[in-house]
Design a protein around this ligand. Structure first.
Ligand SMILES: NC(=O)c1ccc[n+]([C@@H]2O[C@H](COP(=O)([O-])OP(=O)(O)OC[C@H]3O[C@@H](n4cnc5c(N)ncnc54)[C@H](OP(=O)(O)O)[C@@H]3O)[C@@H](O)[C@H]2O)c1
Length: 427
């Protein structure tokens, strides 16, 4: 087989960039004999080259000028692992305009500007691959784009953020508080020093937007994803979930229903028998429901240099193969599909209220549920006096009605506080 040299221009040499360079060095011969592609790291762009003295032995050229690198004639494929929108967006655009396919791990960039960038790639007959941007090492994008291309997918539901899964797993398994579990995640390197994007659900929301684009060919942006994180989950919620045979997980959900799509991120109580309930620690998993194929689940490491580099490398090989054959594999025309209003969704809810310990409270609370047609499946009272807490599980109800119920309950003198509201999913 004739060997085809493929010169990679690498933008960024952080966690993912470093792991990629190491993986390519280890696999270069095997890849060459399997695919006929000889991969080399031709040039690397970073901001501070002095931070990376070891880089000199790994590449021909180190530069601080990422723009020059992406338009340079001696680069065949550009790999963007800088992160963020600026300057990554301009660099991806410049690479595509100068005829180079791009591989990126950047969920934030694609969730915000995906349709526009995919359009530019298609116009140029070039690939813009992003396997590593969703669920790190799990080959989800390729499965959705290729294996399930003809499948009518109803719903994709995933645990796509390792930090929050680690925190919720620790709270469930050791009884730790949210704050202690988050501090432990930070000390073990599973959470950033500023964990806001993870715990408030924005990281998962970017991934949910990308899943919806690929699974449903939908043209949408991050603002179409409704998002609730895990910061309000308490040990009491976790204990209730355990007692009632559930596990609380942060889910990213993209679903197609009656010509509309719904895309959202929120904590959910899953019955323990659901396959996603057993995904512990910082692992990720994605559950796909298709009309023909039925239920599928993919499980693995959603982050970390090595798993992410593995996904990036798979994309580089696919893009290089297409480049040598003069073809590309785009997402096709992303269509504007009507976005379902969350208020119209129907779900069963876990709702807990802190109430005054006085006669008639239960009757007045129950009458508000009744007024908005939210029927109560079960009710449990915990504690006495100032500690009194009532936990309700509702039957499936429109979110709009549940919100109206909570708004009115907030006005009652006997309701001291409304606690966490968690949807029951997968029953
Ligand atoms: N880490 C993971 O587990 C993981 C998993 C999935 C996806 N991702 C995605 O992969 C991307 C990279 O993540 P990471 O963890 O590897 O990031 P990182 O460790 O922060 O590394 C970023 C690298 O980009 C370089 N860089 C930043 N701005 C630059 C610029 N303007 N010009 C040239 N180089 C620049 C930095 O160089 P200096 O150090 O010199 O500033 C650094 O080498 C992000 O989009 C992230 O969301 C990461």
């Amino acid at each position: 087989m004739e060997v085809q040299p493929i010169r990679i221009g690498l933008l960024g040499y952080g966690n993912v960039g470093k792991a990629l360079v190491k993986l390519i060095a280890a696999q270069r011969e095997a890849i060459s004999s399997r695919t006929g592609l000889d991969l080399t790291i031709q040039a690397v762009a970073v901001r501070n080259p002095e931070k990376y003295p070891q880089l000199e032995t790994m590449t021909q050229r180190i530069t601080t000028n990422a723009h020059d690198l992406v338009i340079s004639d001696d680069i065949d494929v550009v790999v963007e692992v800088i992160g963020g929108v600026d300057p990554a967006k301009g660099l991806v655009e410049a690479a595509l305009s100068s005829g180079k396919p791009v591989v990126t791990a950047n969920k934030e960039l694609l969730a915000k500007h995906g349709p526009e960038l995919f359009g530019s790639a298609d116009e140029m007959n070039l690939d813009l691959f992003f396997e590593a941007a969703v669920a790190g090492g799990i080959p989800l994008m390729r499965v959705l784009r290729e294996s399930l291309k003809g499948e009518p997918i109803r719903r994709v539901m995933g645990i796509v953020n390792g930090t929050t899964n680690y925190v919720l797993s620790q709270m469930t398994e050791t009884g730790m508080s949210y704050g202690d579990a988050l501090a432990e995640a930070q000390s073990k390197g599973f959470a950033e020093s500023d964990p806001t994007a993870d715990v408030e659900g924005q990281d998962a929301a970017s991934k949910a937007a990308l899943i919806a684009m690929v699974a449903f060919g939908a043209q949408l942006g991050l603002s179409d994803v409704t998002c609730q994180g895990i910061t309000e989950i308490t040990s009491k919620d976790i204990q209730f979930a355990k007692r009632s045979g559930h596990t609380i997980k942060l889910l990213a959900i993209a679903e197609h229903d009656h010509g509309e799509i719904g895309v959202r991120v929120h904590p959910a109580m899953l019955p323990n028998h659901h396959p996603l309930a057993s995904v512990r620690d910082s692992f990720n998993a994605v559950f796909v429901e298709g009309e023909a194929v039925g239920d599928l689940m993919l499980y693995g490491r959603g982050a970390g240099g090595d798993p992410t580099a593995s996904a990036v490398l798979g994309d580089i090989i696919a893009a290089a193969n297409n480049l040598t054959q003069g073809t590309n594999n785009g997402l096709g025309n992303l269509r504007k599909i009507s976005i379902q209003s969350t208020e119209e969704l129907e779900n069963a809810f876990y709702i807990n209220l802190e109430v005054a310990d006085e006669p008639g409270v239960l009757a007045s609370v129950a009458s508000v549920f009744g007024k908005y047609g939210v029927s109560i499946r079960s009710m449990e009272q915990e504690g006495l006096g100032g500690e009194a807490r009532i936990v309700f599980i509702t039957h499936s109800s429109k979110e709009r009605n549940v919100h109206s119920t909570l708004d009115e309950l907030r006005e009652l003198d006997s309701v001291i506080q409304i606690g966490t509201k968690i949807r029951l999913v997968g029953a």
